[in-house]
Ligand binder design. Structure first.
Ligand SMILES: Cc1cc2nc3c(=O)[nH]c(=O)nc-3n(C[C@H](O)[C@H](O)[C@H](O)COP(=O)(O)OP(=O)(O)OC[C@H]3O[C@@H](n4cnc5c(N)ncnc54)[C@H](O)[C@@H]3O)c2cc1C
Length: 386
């Protein structure tokens, strides 16, 4: 067992860090204040090979692995959790899923555009009436000759308002629950597709979240991702990698907030000395370090197990580890960001410093990709062998 990143991974980490400090750090506060995804940023990330990290080179990806994607996610989140969220939705929830489940034709058609950043990807599962109970979705897709006609509403979709391609789930057999779901690749230029709303959010502002309406949206039968009524297999195939990468998002948020708190505690003088001299502040710093370090180790384990299972290795432990990694990352991000605000005192509560942004962003890590409660249910089921 080696706890160190290899040379390639270290180089990737440094390269992304340099890019983030140059291109994202100067605008991170504005991304939040103006709630706008920076134009051209995805293209720059595409040029660097970040967007297609896990996609083989024949589709213009970087041909790398999930741990590398986790490294990218963490480095982005340390500075701009919202950019990291959009990256995860694009690169993992959409592109990686297209690679894993797509036909050769679908891969050739979509992956080069997604890897280059020419197209933005999203995943549309959640509906107004179906969140945690994902198999309760009500969107329908009816076969009509060589097409499917999709009707329904998808809500809270990351990148939805700017997406060109949405991996979308609908029911092809309404009577059945899980066994009636099918996955589709819906181009947002198809007739009958529209964005009905862009949500105002507490945090992760700049990563656009939308409501999507499919009103007799006709998609060619070639848009089917996987087999009809086998959408649940597509959904399950992406869950663990999604959780592993989003864990890195939580770790990055926690690390970003911690770095701010550590440096502030050295600078802020009260009672004639820097507040980092006080043991009650040191306790918070030590606990934050411990939580972040544990969370990162578990995230890396989830990323490595995801990679193993993709290569046909043993994946039985993966559901439990990926759910636990995200559970821990969510709680870590929220706890550490809250303590980071506390360490800043009143200045932490005023939105002139970035630390309060990290707290607002951290809350979503316990909600997206299955809430903390759902993660606990998944872990308990695995423990009980259900
Ligand atoms: C900013 C943002 C971005 C998102 N991005 C995407 C995206 O890109 N694609 C997408 O498809 N979805 C996305 N989502 C949706 C997200 O996955 C859901 O919000 C999440 O799964 C929870 O569903 P819900 O909001 O309907 O809450 P509900 O399912 O209604 O849950 C409400 C509460 O009840 C609890 N609860 C529910 N069931 C149980 C149970 N059985 N036992 C115990 N407690 C339970 C939950 O944990 C929660 O605390 C996003 C959400 C947000 C806010």
């Amino acid at each position: 067992m080696d706890f160190n990143l290899n040379q390639e991974q270290k180089l990737l980490k440094d390269t992304v860090r340099t890019f983030v400090l140059k291109e994202i750090a100067p605008i991170a506060d504005n991304i939040d204040k103006e709630d706008t995804f920076p134009e051209g940023l995805f293209k720059k990330m595409g040029e660097m090979g970040l967007l297609g990290c896990t996609i083989p080179t024949e589709y213009r990806g970087a041909g790398s692995d999930y741990l590398s994607s986790a490294i990218i996610e963490e480095e982005l989140a340390k500075v701009s959790p919202s950019v990291a969220l959009s990256y995860g939705a694009h690169a993992i929830l959409c592109a990686d899923n297209v690679y894993r489940n797509g036909t050769e034709e679908q891969r050739m058609k979509y992956l080069p555009r997604l890897c280059s950043g020419e197209w933005v990807g999203a995943l549309g599962l959640t509906e107004p009436g179906a969140g945690s109970d994902a198999v309760g979705i009500e969107a329908t897709a009816q076969r009509d000759g060589d097409e499917y006609v999709i009707n329904g509403t998808k809500t809270f979709i990351t990148n939805g308002p700017i997406a060109d391609l949405v991996l979308l789930y609908a029911k092809t057999d309404k009577e059945k629950k899980a066994k009636g779901i099918t996955a589709f690749l819906v181009e947002t230029s198809f007739d009958g597709f529209s964005v009905s709303k862009k949500f105002e959010k507490m945090g992760n502002r700049g990563s656009p979240t939308g409501e999507l309406v499919l009103d007799n949206c006709r998609v060619p039968k070639e848009s089917l991702l996987g087999e009809e009524n086998r959408g649940i297999a597509v959904m399950m195939s992406g869950l663990d990698s999604e959780r592993a990468i989003l864990s890195a998002w939580g770790v990055g948020i926690a690390q970003g907030a911690f770095d701010l708190a550590l440096s502030y505690s050295r600078e802020r003088v009260q009672f004639g000395q820097p507040i980092c001299n006080f043991q009650l502040i040191q306790e918070k710093l030590a606990n934050a370090y411990t939580q972040i370090e544990s969370s990162r180790l578990m995230t890396y384990k989830a990323a490595l197990l995801t990679q193993e299972s993709e290569r046909g290795g043993k994946g039985t432990e993966l559901h439990k580890v990926a759910a636990a990694a995200l559970l821990l990352a969510g709680e870590t991000a929220r706890n550490v960001a809250l303590d980071a605000v506390q360490i800043h005192g009143g200045y932490g509560y005023i939105n002139e410093l970035p630390v309060e942004r990290f707290l607002r962003d951290a809350v979503l890590v316990t909600i997206g990709a299955g809430t903390s409660e759902i993660r606990q249910i998944v872990i308990a089921r695995e423990l009980l062998g259900e």
